[in-house]
Ligand binder design. Structure first.
Ligand code: ADP
Length: 481
């Protein structure tokens, strides 16, 4: 067990008001770390530290800010195996995924370091012949970043790296069950020379420290990834207090498998989208809409594939699926499995908690079919290793079913028909569309976000990130007569 984890405010490690425990989901008897949990007063101190650090950080040349991010990327790269291992210990995704996600955070830091050399404005022809008319993007000020547990280093990286690159200071509240990964990410930036107060980490419960972040007058913008109810409540409060808000929320992402698809390829990618990281991705595949004529054939391939995947200790290199993150999450997912049984569902594989793996929060990868149309399993975000199979009589019906959800984050289509691929890409209401690829798995240089209930505010990642983390200033400059 390591030392007690603390918050980091104004360049100093700070104790909170009580101690919590960071538990291993694979082995809940193992305490990964003790955590000193902060309260609202500590969060307010963090906001004030960020506000105090803002003028100097804003004034630093953008490429100099980029150099710090680049250095942090190098340090995190050197530490990736150890950081990825700690990520796996506290979150439960496999070691390959934990290390892979850490390296993704490295790439994101490098990308936004590079963005500090990109143009930051535009010049316009003025209606006056003597006026130099230009518009430039400036930082917003203090950004609060509230992040979830499912990508404990990549999501913070894609919020914090652009916030810092574009000249903002940050108060970061990570999900309370992944504090160790948060400390590692922060440490790389601190060791790279980030000035005091530019990034402040508050360890604590969202329900206790969240209100300060949404209401404090010194917070200018809030970027949030998490659940719909928390995100919407936070948005309402933050908007009332005049803040800019960006939300990334849930998904109920469809994969459509057409009769002409390569079914082995489709099964592999559906399995990856549905079950890697134990299905705990907002981009995970959770509805598999299959053309009736290949339904049986596809189901058989998918089930055979999944049954060959090892469920178990995420630190074991042979494991494909680890535990879900917490007891709460396990109870939520098993609650959905029970509901599925009552809603007429027929389980093709899985269907319960795995009982042969000790106390760990393991749920068998589950494929379920014959659900009623209004079934909660077919309609609500589960955030676990559960895929619902839904038959469709035609391509048109498949698209209709795919769009029949309040969410609109990602989608997949498996086909060899180019025309249908293009039609699907046009007609599907999701922010990300994958053709012959799993619904999860993002690249960092392109915009990411959803439609309908899945997102609010401008997109994350790629050049699109600049939109949220900056504001325009328009300058009319005439020579003095
Ligand atoms: P998840 O299902 O991913 O845990 P949550 O919406 O519960 O989704 O959590 C996402 C993030 O929001 C976490 O960092 C959590 O601590 C934080 N959070 C939870 N409740 C609040 C709140 N009332 N105000 C602000 N942040 C909160």
């Amino acid at each position: 067990m390591s030392a007690t984890l603390q918050s980091y405010i104004g360049g100093e490690w700070r104790n909170g008001v009580r101690t919590g425990q960071d538990i291993s989901p694979a082995n809940p008897g193992e305490v990964v770390a003790e955590v000193s949990m902060g309260d609202a007063a500590l969060a307010a101190t963090a906001v004030e530290a960020a506000r105090a650090a803002f003028p100097a950080w804003r004034a630093m040349a953008a490429p100099a800010r980029g150099e710090i991010l680049r250095k942090a990327a190098e340090l995190l790269d050197q530490r990736a195996e150890a950081v990825g291992r700690d990520l796996t210990r506290e979150e439960g995704k496999t070691l390959a995924e934990g290390i892979g996600e850490t390296r993704r955070a490295v790439q994101i830091l490098r990308y936004f370091a590079g963005q500090t050399l990109e143009p930051d404005g535009e010049t316009y022809p003025s209606n006056s012949p003597i006026t130099f008319l230009y518009a430039r993007r400036e930082p917003i000020g203090v950004v609060a970043a509230i992040t979830p547990w499912n990508f404990p280093i990549a999501i913070p990286a894609w919020k914090i790296a652009p916030a810092l690159a574009y000249g903002n200071t940050v108060v970061w509240k990570p999900a309370e069950i992944v504090p160790l990964t948060a400390v590692h990410f922060l440490q790389a930036l601190v060791d790279a020379g980030l000035p005091k107060g530019v990034l402040n980490l508050v360890l604590g419960k969202g329900s206790e420290v969240g209100k300060v972040l949404t209401t404090h007058e010194a917070v200018d913008a809030i970027t949030f990834t998490g659940s719909n109810p928390v995100g919407r409540a936070l948005q309402a409060e933050a908007i009332q207090h005049g803040k800019k808000v960006q939300l990334e929320l849930g998904g109920k992402n469809p994969a459509v498998v057409l009769a002409d698809a390569n079914l082995d390829h489709a099964a592999e990618h559906v399995a990856r989208g549905a079950f890697l990281s134990a299905g705990q991705k907002c981009t995970a595949t959770s509805r598999v809409i299959v053309e009736q004529s290949v339904l049986r054939d596809f189901q058989d391939r998918l089930v055979a594939l999944i049954e060959g995947w090892k469920l178990g200790d995420p630190l074991d290199a042979a494991t494909r699926v680890g535990p879900v993150v917490s007891q709460d999450q396990m109870e939520t997912v098993t609650g959905y499995l029970d509901a599925g049984a009552k809603e007429g569902g027929r389980v093709l594989t899985g269907g319960t908690r795995a009982t042969n793996l000790g106390d760990g929060y393991y749920i068998q990868p589950t494929v379920i079919t014959d659900l009623r149309k209004d079934s909660r399993v077919a309609r609500e975000e589960i955030f676990g290793p559960v895929a619902a199979i839904i038959p469709a009589q035609s391509f048109d019906e498949a698209v209709k079913l795919a769009n029949d959800t309040p969410f609109g984050l990602t989608s997949s289509l498996f086909t060899t028909d180019l025309s249908r691929a293009l039609t699907f890409a046009n007609d599907i209401h999701t922010g990300v569309v994958k053709i012959n690829q799993e619904s999860a798995g993002l690249e960092y240089q392109v915009p990411f976000g959803g439609m309908k209930e899945s997102s609010s505010g401008s997109r994350e990642q790629g050049k699109a990130a600049r939109e949220f983390f900056t504001q325009w200033k328009t300058v009319y400059l005439d020579p003095s007569p």
